[in-house]
Design a binder for this molecule. Structure first.
Ligand SMILES: C[S@@+](CC[C@H](N)C(=O)[O-])C[C@H]1O[C@@H](n2cnc3c(N)ncnc32)[C@H](O)[C@@H]1O
Length: 195
């Protein structure tokens, strides 16, 4: 029997389709939760050789995986910086000159796939990093957050992130939520374009 076509995009596919609309060759983008480097690779493909990718993660395993992936894909490339630090330090690390210069920021919350499931993003640092990401974004820039209420500790963070965006002043930007509803503890995307 023929399988039905997937008309409604999967969350990560939808996230990437929005990013693709915003990012152009030469842009600066951030993967705030670098993990294994797949999302950073996607961002790098959008901004090309003249763009720049920042990546943050608190786990050395993640950083090594992402660095290895980039070295294999783009040998000798120097237009990325992956930092073994919390995303809550992104503004301090990127510096004052980065404020208002970033076109896209991705957060993919939770734990490292294939890694230690007890090391997860935490609402306090996540919210602080989101505030910084909004400052770093240029007008028209896009911030995406995929939250996972289904894993241990994920529900609290997902609820707080949802509250943060629900209460975001309308003059800061427009926010949407995307989620499959009739699944158990479905993940959701929150996406914001800066005004
Ligand atoms: C779902 S994974 C990210 C997936 C990744 N973007 C990819 O393409 O493979 C979440 C990552 O967030 C990281 N993380 C947890 N707390 C963090 C923090 N405070 N700052 C930055 N990264 C953090 C975890 O170590 C984990 O690697």
């Amino acid at each position: 029997m023929k399988e039905a076509e997937q008309v409604l995009p999967r969350i990560l596919d939808f996230t990437k389709s929005l990013m693709t609309k915003v990012l152009k060759e030469g842009d600066v983008a951030i993967d705030a939760t670098l993990g294994n480097g797949y999302d950073a690779l996607f961002l790098r493909q959008q901004v090309g050789t003249t763009g720049f990718i920042w990546g943050f993660d608190i786990q050395e395993t993640a950083l090594k995986a992402a660095i290895g992936r980039f070295e294999r894909q783009f040998p000798n490339a120097s237009n990325h910086s992956f930092v073994l630090k919390s995303h809550a330090k992104m503004r301090e690390i990127m510096g004052e000159e980065a404020v208002g210069s970033v076109s896209g920021v991705m957060f993919n919350l939770g734990y490292l796939p294939g890694g230690d499931k007890t090391v997860i993003t935490q609402s306090g640092t996540t919210i602080s990093a989101l505030e910084q990401a909004i400052e770093l974004l240029r007008v028209g820039g896009l911030l995406t957050v995929v939250a996972y209420p289904g894993h241990m500790g994920g529900a609290k963070e997902a609820a707080e992130v949802l509250r943060f965006f629900t209460n975001l002043p309308a003059q800061t930007g427009e926010v949407i939520q995307y989620q499959f509803l009739n699944k158990q503890n479905p993940p959701f995307l929150l996406a914001m374009t800066k005004k």
